[in-house]
Design a protein around this ligand. Sequence first.
Ligand code: BTN
Length: 240
Amino acid sequence: MENIICLAECTSTNDYIRNRLSELADGTAVTALVQTNGRGRRGHTWLADSGMLPLSILLKNPVEGETLTARAGLSVCTALESVCGISEIRIKWPNDIIIAGKKVCGILCEGCLNGDNSYVICGIGVNVSQSEEFFKTANLPNGASLAMLCGTIPERDVLIKAIVENVKRFAAMPFVDCLDDFRSRVLNIGKTVRLIENGKERIATAVDVSPNGFLVCEDDNGRFEVNSGEVSVRGENGYL
Ligand code: BTN
C-alpha cells in the first residue's frame, strides 16, 4: 500500500512517527501487527493485543489542526460504515467511536501546531477481532470489537486503506463543512455530562459542538466550552 508502513511490531505507532518526523513525508501512515506500549488519552495505557489495529497518520502543516481529533473521528466512522456495512456509528466526544453503546476505537492526536514545522500525528486504535473474554479479563466493560458487534472481521488491508483515505480527505476539508456531520454523531449532545479535570467534577448539560470542535456545555452559571485536552467526559451515571 502506497505510503503505508506496515511493521511487525513497535512500541507505539505514534512514537514511531514522532521519532522520524523529518524523514517521513506528509500523509505517511504507520501500522503494526502488534503495538507493545500503546498510549491513550490522559496518560492511559492502550492495551497490546493482536486483535487491535494500531494506525497513525502524519499530517504536516495541517489546516485547523486543533479540529483533527474530530475530523479523524468522522473519518473512522465513515470508513467503518463503508467497510463493515454498519450505520449508527456515534462519537463520544472527543475521541471514542461507539457502536451499540460500546467503544470500538479510540483516537489520540498529538503534535505541535506552532511555527513553520507544525504537524499532527493522528493515532487510531481500532478493536477489530478481540473476544468478549479479552475485554472481561482486561476489565474494559465499555469496550468491544468489530467482530463482536458486526459478526465479521474486516480485512485488515481494506480497513487500513479506507481509514487512511478518509483521514486524508477529511483533513483537507474545512471543519465547518464537516460540522453538521460531526454534531449529528456526538452522542453527548442533549445529555447530562460529568466533566472531570484535575480531580474536580462539574456537572452540566452538553448542548452543542463549537466551530473549533469544542464541546459546548451549560450549567446554572451559563454556557462554557470544553477543550478536549485533559478533560474526562462521562455520562451522568456511567460511561455514556
Ligand atoms: C484513547 O481512547 O485514549 C486513545 C487511544 C489511541 C490508541 C492509538 S493505537 C495507535 C496509536 N498509537 C498509540 O500509542 N496510541 C494510538
